[in-house]
Structures are given as C-alpha cells and as structure tokens.
Design a protein around this ligand. Structure first.
Ligand SMILES: C[S@@+](CC[C@H](N)C(=O)[O-])C[C@H]1O[C@@H](n2cnc3c(N)ncnc32)[C@H](O)[C@@H]1O
Length: 237
C-alpha cells in the first residue's frame, strides 16, 4: 500500500474515541454467529462447535469479545448454548464496546454481559478460554498494545482470534511496520495469516513488541474491508 502523507497530528486514545471514523454509524456492527455476515465466516471457524465441545468437555468456559458492536453473535451463542443441556449454564460470554449499540435486552440471556468501555484502557478481572476481536482492531489506536494485553488474558489452552490488517500498522514517519510486526508476532508464537488477515494465538502469550505507540491517524482511508480505518504509528525501541 502506498505511503499516505500525514495531514493531521496523530491522535491519542481519547481524541480517537471521538473520531467520526470510530463512531461511524454506517459500520457493520451486526454480525451474527453463523451465516453470510458472521463471526464464524470471518474467523474461518465453526465457533458453535468450538464452544460446544469446550463447554461439554471442560465445564465452565469463558468467551470475551472485544469491540462486540451490537453483540448479535454473542446473543446467538448464549441462546444456543443455553438451549443445549450439555452446555447450559457452563458458558459465560462478555462483550466490550466503546459505543452502546447493543440492540437487545442485556440481561435477556443467562451468562451474557455487555460492557461499554474504551478497550485502550479496559482490563478484565479474570482469564478467558476464547478472546475474539472481529473487525475491531481496524479502529483501535494502540493495536499492538491491545493485542499484547488480550493474549495475556487467555487461560492455558485458550485461543485468541482477531481480524488485523498489518497495513494499518506504521512506523514513525509512515513506512510499513508489517515486516517488523510480523517478525515480533512469530517470535512470540502468534500466527498472522496474510490471506485471511486473521491473527491467532494459542494459550497465553507474552508479546514484547519493543514498539512505542506514537498515536493514531484516522484519516488513513479504507483498508482491505473497504471501510475507513485507523493507522497506528509506532517508534521502535
Ligand atoms: C466494525 S464494528 C464490529 C462490531 C462487531 N465485532 C461485529 O463484527 O459485528 C467495530 C466496533 O469496534 C468498536 N470500537 C472501536 N474502537 C474501540 C475501542 N477503543 N474500544 C472499544 N470498542 C471499540 C466500535 O464501536 C464498533 O462497534
């Protein structure tokens, strides 16, 4: 992708939260659990089977969804798992989003909670078997910081899955950080698939990025999704 000159100063987390790119009402916040517009399709994974077998096998399991949007996939999952005697009462699902766009009653389904918070700062008080972030990192300022924290929130055997366009990670001055960041991911045991742009970690990981977050550019333009996204700029330490 060609380097685009910066026309505005980089934004910090608070300024970014008020950006029209991040608070864009045309954004797709409505993905379901399965189907054409779904988490399972975008993550390339049968999430129902994954959650069902984990809950039937291990008992209590916990799923955290970062940038959950309207939370439809979470409601779908909570309902399905609640209706199955093998998984009923065994799954807790937490969704977190900056914008309260949750369009159902938050306490309608057992085991589901939706929180309104800025993930640039939010920290959970427990660990998770599954952490997902479906098309959310595109709008986060410190993407590497959130990835570093999120992979540390996994329980042993847990899985982290997130959509990430490495073209949205830039070095100081604007050049691509893709090669550097790809190497950092590999060294820490994270796998980034350049075809699907899915980042995966198995089990808790310690990610030492050796990169200092400088700020975010919300005028970066569309990424591979076709939607305007946010570039995150870093200085190598
Ligand atoms: C494209 S939507 C995806 C929503 C949902 N994952 C889905 O696929 O339906 C991206 C979401 O990221 C949220 N988001 C962006 N920056 C965030 C931040 N710093 N903290 C929490 N949520 C954020 C937005 O509010 C939006 O709901």
């Amino acid at each position: 992708m060609a380097r685009k000159p910066l026309t505005e100063p980089l934004k910090d987390a608070d300024a970014l939260a008020h950006s029209s790119v991040v608070a864009n009402s045309a954004m797709n916040r409505e993905r379901r659990l399965v189907g054409t517009n779904s988490y399972s399709k975008d993550l390339g994974l049968d999430l129902v089977a994954m959650l069902t077998s984990a809950a039937s096998r291990d008992g209590e399991i916990a799923w955290l969804d970062l940038c959950c949007g309207a939370g439809r996939a979470l409601v779908d999952a909570a309902r399905l798992l609640d209706a199955n005697p093998a998984t009923k009462g065994r799954v807790s699902i937490t969704g977190v989003d900056l914008v309260a766009s949750f369009d159902g009653p938050r306490d309608a389904v057992d085991g589901l909670q939706i929180l309104e918070a800025n993930l640039e700062r939010w920290e959970p008080d427990s660990a998770f078997d599954l952490v997902t972030c479906v098309h959310g990192l595109h709008y986060v300022g410190d993407k590497l910081g959130l990835i570093r924290r999120a992979v540390s929130w996994l329980r042993p055997g847990g899985v982290f899955l997130a959509s990430l366009d490495l073209a949205n990670v830039r070095l100081e001055g604007g050049s691509s950080a893709a090669r550097v960041v790809g190497a950092v991911f590999r060294a820490s045991g994270l796998q980034w698939n350049p075809r699907t742009r899915i980042l995966r970690a198995d089990g808790p990981r310690t990610l030492d990025t050796r990169m200092e977050f400088l700020g975010a550019d919300d005028a970066a333009g569309p990424n591979y999704t076709g939607q305007p996204a946010v570039n995150s700029h870093y200085r190598r330490r």
